[in-house]
Design a protein around this ligand. Structure first.
Ligand SMILES: Cc1ncc(COP(=O)(O)O)c(C=O)c1O
Length: 345
């Protein structure tokens, strides 16, 4: 932390964030729920931030992101959105739902990956929500911007006016998404005060921008908490550098004097399994354990792996007995329906 940085209160942080254009899409604040049975099982105090309950089309972390990313839609310059990700994308599901609320059509370009056109889970929901969907061959998520640029040109030729959303690959989108998670951290700050504890650890399953927002919020609010990101994907890019870059740009946007370096970021890639979109034995076990103990259904691609990491960190003693741990449940549960075979194998 910069030596001349003065931490902010949650209220001061929220005031800063309120200056940034935003559309109302999420039901906030989401609950910070104490989970007594799994806490007992693991010997810790586990609190789950229920961002799966943001309410938009089954909810998730992306609803928070989209409140800021979609603010541009009000300019009147657009008649549709264009975005893309994997074929079972929680982001795309929430983006289409947000576009519907804002009276915009949706175009999705999806990487085929493991699940392709299987009409289940999020892919089924794109259909119900009425999105125009293209599936492109391949599974490298880092190719998405190239496919989006091509589709953008096609749509322009057809006279459409697309709002192009690069999401995790967009410089501006990632910063706005991080701001939305700094806001979530302000919510948690107030909730911790009410529930009379301070987190020793915060776990978040994160590709880049959600973790960046958690890191930024924790520093602004001066938490002593260890933030741990758990990756759902093997990136070619240096992800810690990207997270630090997003933190720094979001700090500038909020006009706070903080600087982040890649070596300040804890981001663990050891729970991905074979590749993005595949399940792991530990992830499925973690999903079933939480479902059995608390009736909470994690998703197979992101949060089950994040929760498997949390359990493993308890086993390894990185999380110590009796410590306070927050797990951010970033949503994604609709994807379970596309993974019935892997989950019941
Ligand atoms: C359920 C879920 N959790 C976590 C993430 C990771 O979020 P981010 O890309 O903002 O790091 C995603 C991204 O798609 C997601 O769908």
């Amino acid at each position: 932390m910069n030596s001349n940085f003065v931490p902010l209160s949650a209220e001061e942080l929220v005031t800063k964030i309120s200056k940034i254009p935003r559309v109302n899409l999420a039901l906030l604040p989401t609950v910070l729920e104490f989970a007594p049975n799994i806490s007992k099982e693991l010997g810790i105090n586990l609190f789950i931030k229920r961002d799966d309950c943001t309410a938009l089309a089954f909810g998730g972390n992306k609803t928070r992101h989209l409140e800021f990313i979609m603010a541009k839609a009000f300019s009147g310059d657009y008649d549709c959105i264009l975005t893309g990700a994997a074929s079972q994308s929680n982001f795309c599901r929430q983006a289409v739902a947000a576009a519907n609320k804002l009276n915009l059509d949706s175009y999705l370009v999806l990487m085929h990956g493991i699940k392709g056109r299987m009409m289940q889970g999020n892919f089924l929901l794109y259909n119900i929500l009425g999105a125009n969907v293209d599936v492109v061959e391949g599974e490298d998520l880092e190719e998405i911007p190239k496919h989006l640029d091509k589709k953008y040109k096609d749509l322009i030729k057809k006279g459409r006016k697309p709002l192009l959303i690069y999401g995790g690959f967009g410089k501006e989108d990632t910063v706005l998404a991080a701001v939305s998670y700094a806001n979530a951290m302000a919510e948690i700050d107030l909730q911790m005060k009410k529930q009379n504890f301070m987190a020793d650890h915060l776990f978040v399953t994160a590709a880049n921008m959600t973790q960046a927002g958690c890191e930024l919020g924790a520093k602004i609010l001066n938490w002593p908490t260890r933030i741990q990101g758990v990756s759902p994907v093997y990136w070619k890019m240096n992800i810690k550098k990207d997270i630090a870059r997003i933190c720094n740009e979001a700090a500038k946007m909020l006009d706070v004097n903080l600087e982040f370096m890649h070596n300040m970021i804890n981001h663990d890639k050891s729970y991905v399994g074979v590749k993005y979109g595949s399940t792991t034995k530990e992830g499925v076990e973690a999903m079933k354990l939480l479902a059995n103990k608390e009736g909470i259904i994690l998703d197979p691609v992101y949060t089950s792996k994040g929760f498997a990491a949390l359990i493993d960190y308890v086993k390894k003693g990185i999380i110590k007995k009796g410590e306070n741990v927050i797990f951010i449940f970033t949503g994604g549960s609709p994807a379970v329906f596309a993974y019935s075979e892997e989950i019941t194998r």
